[in-house]
Design a protein around this ligand. Structure first.
Ligand code: CP
Length: 293
């Protein structure tokens, strides 16, 4: 039984094994393969989600697990119950694994010390979102075959981005060169990653745009959506300057016409919906690893 808390502390071989298993599940023609029959998995989302929550649920159901969906908004969290007491409650009822998304930083690491069932990080604060990065690595590998020497530019609100952090750890372990591009007030001061200008970022093999996370901003972090787009957005004009071999990525949800122009979301070089599709086999591999080793 193995938790999945982040990619920072995950060995390259473990990442490779998950990507290989996801490739297996992607090829599997049967929609349901009950390798987790009789196992109970709780999806505990203390922060909103569409892609991660539903792709975990699809993945769990495809593996034949019994799925419990916990939503903080309809729970005793509204009466003041703590995150720990909530997770401990579900554990006491006999769940075999928990998928968890949290806003406060550091709580997941504390939970992992106290909770005995494997926990899978579905996004914790601005720290890590490992399954998003794994599906991103999987998406890049499908296009480029290898990540060794690949140049990846991650552009935008790096400071608030758990996606940027997990991608940095995962990509570095697999031999890619990661560069960040961000407005001065959205740089991450906890990571030693080189920063480039938006024009330099357009020369990368992968141009990964990040959502401007308004819900995590102090007031006044951006002047206006239009100003952000002008200086840091992937506009149609800028996209015309990326390599013909390059791909555009974004974890979504997308602020259309802020960090990426509307016309580019389903551009032939965009992999945004492929990323979402790849989330299912990746999460199958991660849940299977958590429960069956
Ligand atoms: N990319 C991602 O984590 O999306 P959700 O917030 O919708 O899960």
């Amino acid at each position: 039984q193995k938790s999945m808390l982040g990619l920072k502390d995950l060995a390259r071989e473990e990442i490779e094994a998950i990507l290989a298993r996801a490739a297996y599940w992607e090829q599997e023609p049967s929609k349901v393969n009950p390798v987790l029959q009789g196992k109970f998995v709780a999806n505990m989302f203390f922060e909103n989600s569409t892609r991660t929550r539903f792709s975990f649920e699809v993945a769990e159901k495809r593996l034949g697990a019994e799925v419990l969906n916990f939503s903080a908004a309809a729970s005793s969290v509204q009466k003041g119950e703590s995150i720990y007491d909530t997770v401990r409650t579900l554990e006491s009822m006999g769940i075999d694994a928990g998928v968890i998304r949290l806003k406060p930083i550091g709580v997941l690491a504390e939970l992992a010390e106290k909770i005995k069932v494997p926990l899978i990080n579905a996004g914790d604060g601005n720290n890590e979102h490992p399954t998003q990065a794994l599906l991103d690595l999987f998406t890049m590998r499908k296009h480029f075959n290898s990540l060794q020497g690949l140049n990846v530019a991650i552009v935008g609100d790096v400071k608030h981005s758990r996606v940027a952090r997990s991608n940095y750890w995962g990509l570095s372990k697999l031999g890619a060169n990661v560069k960040f591009c961000a407005p001065p007030n959205m740089k991450a001061d906890d990571l030693d990653v080189p920063y480039v200008t938006i024009d330099e970022a357009l020369g990368a093999d992968v141009v990964m745009m990040l959502r401007v996370q308004l819900e995590r901003h102090e007031s006044g972090m951006i002047k206006s959506a239009e100003d952000y787009r002008t200086h840091y957005g992937l506009t149609v004009e800028r996209a015309a300057r990326i390599g013909k071999h390059a791909i555009i990525m974004h974890p979504a949800p997308v602020n259309r016409n802020v960090e990426i122009d509307d016309e580019l979301v389903e551009h032939p070089q965009s992999r945004i919906f492929a990323q979402m599709q790849n989330g299912v086999p990746i999460r199958m591999a991660v849940i299977e690893r958590a429960l069956n080793g």
